[in-house]
Design a protein around this ligand. Structure first.
Ligand SMILES: [Fe+2]
Length: 385
């Protein structure tokens, strides 16, 4: 048994903890904060609330509201230029994974010269960034505990992460109250992203006893509480359990990586603009079926964690039950279950190009429990059609 483990930064969890934003910003030595968020947070009044907390601690705030759903290198450059001209010395990210990723990237761009495009890759960032605080408003991405910022380059449409230890947040405030305004479709898609992180980390070739512990807790919570969070969004208990599950999924992902599902979902985003959570939700049951026989103990255990009960079934039956339970979950929370339903523009003619792009996402493909190649990717897309 050989493994490394990593826990990022410091975390405060619980209803109302976002009110600590000012206190934490001040403790990190900030005087002028760049708040990186989007128009939804502005409209909901969540941004104004966070600004008031930071104000009250004696810091000034420069808001940036222009983060788009699939954030770009150009957006990071614009936010960084604003922060530089305003003399900001701390960054606060507020929103879903897109806002957090832009905030994390801006924090390191403030101390590393040039465009964000220069740093897409692994370990290219040299200097520590300015201190950063992350306040997620969805329960899914795990961006609050990972060292990645995924950005698309508008110039050539290529999506790539800035990956480096400097991107880990200094503090994350996980406040389930901020997630109650999420509409059901977003709750469903982001919750499935969290489940994909947990199940993929659980079945990754990099899985360890440490990552397994977090993955198991995440899978069982999502099995119990995602439907409730979707259909009874104001249930703060279900929202808290989902936020905890997303955190655990993020820790599992940060330590064990993801597998073929995230890699196969990637071209759906870059070629058709499908949201990250929705793409992963759709593919997860198919990838689970494809992988089940390569790692039956883990998939059988995951099926049990998702609420399946087995007495007489063989190991093989319980392993493939995982996929059936995932299909059931996707249907219950009203997400599309086939590629043709997801987007009628997707046809079999695209599969070769999609498979090629997916195989290019090298690390997740290498982590997959069943050895992958382009033909097998096409097989999974066909199955999902
Ligand atoms: Fe994800």
């Amino acid at each position: 048994m050989i493994f490394n483990m990593f826990m990022a930064g410091r975390i405060a969890f619980g209803p109302g903890v976002s009110s600590l934003a000012g206190e934490k910003a001040s403790a990190l030595g900030g005087r002028r904060a760049l708040l990186v968020t989007d128009r939804t947070m502005e409209k909901l009044g969540t941004a104004a609330k966070i600004i008031s907390y930071i104000d009250a601690a004696g810091l000034s705030v420069v808001p940036f509201y222009d983060v788009e759903p699939e954030p770009s290198v150009e957006t990071v450059d614009t936010a960084t230029a604003l922060a530089k001209s305003e003399g900001c010395d701390l960054v606060v990210g507020l929103g879903g994974g897109s806002c957090l990723d832009v905030a994390k990237a801006a924090s390191v761009l403030l101390t590393n010269e040039g465009s964000a495009a220069r740093y897409q890759g692994l370990g290219l960032v040299k200097n520590a960034g300015v201190p950063k605080i992350m306040i997620p408003t969805t329960a899914g991405t795990g961006s609050e505990v990972t060292f990645t910022a995924v950005l698309i380059r508008k110039s050539d449409g290529v999506k790539g992460g800035i990956n480096g230890d400097q991107l880990y947040p200094d503090f994350s405030l996980l406040d389930p109250e901020l997630t109650v305004t999420m509409p059901p479709s977003v709750t469903a898609a982001t919750g499935m992203d969290a489940l994909a992180h947990a199940l993929e980390a659980y079945t990754s070739k990099q899985a360890s006893p440490f990552s397994d512990m977090f993955a198991e807790e995440a899978i069982s919570r999502i099995g119990r509480f995602l439907r409730v969070a979707v259909y009874n969004g104001s249930d703060i208990h279900a929202r808290s359990e989902m936020m905890l599950a997303a955190l655990y999924g993020g820790i599992a992902l940060a330590n064990a990586g993801v597998t073929a599902c995230h890699a196969l979902a990637y071209p759906l985003g870059s070629m058709f603009g499908i949201g990250h959570g929705q793409a992963n939700a759709l593919l997860l049951p198919y990838v689970a079926q494809f992988n089940a026989m390569a790692l039956p103990e883990k998939f059988g255990a995951a099926a049990e964690l998702l609420g399946g009960s087995f007495e007489e079934e063989s190991l093989w039956d319980s392993a493939s039950m995982c996929s059936a339970l995932l299909h059931q979950l996707v249907a219950d929370i009203a997400l599309p279950s086939t590629l043709s339903e997801l987007d009628p523009r997707i046809t079999e003619d695209h599969f070769a190009a999609m498979a090629e792009k997916a195989m290019g996402v090298a690390r997740p493909m290498a982590n997959n429990p069943r050895t992958m190649n382009t033909d097998l990717c096409i097989e999974i897309y066909k199955e999902a059609m």
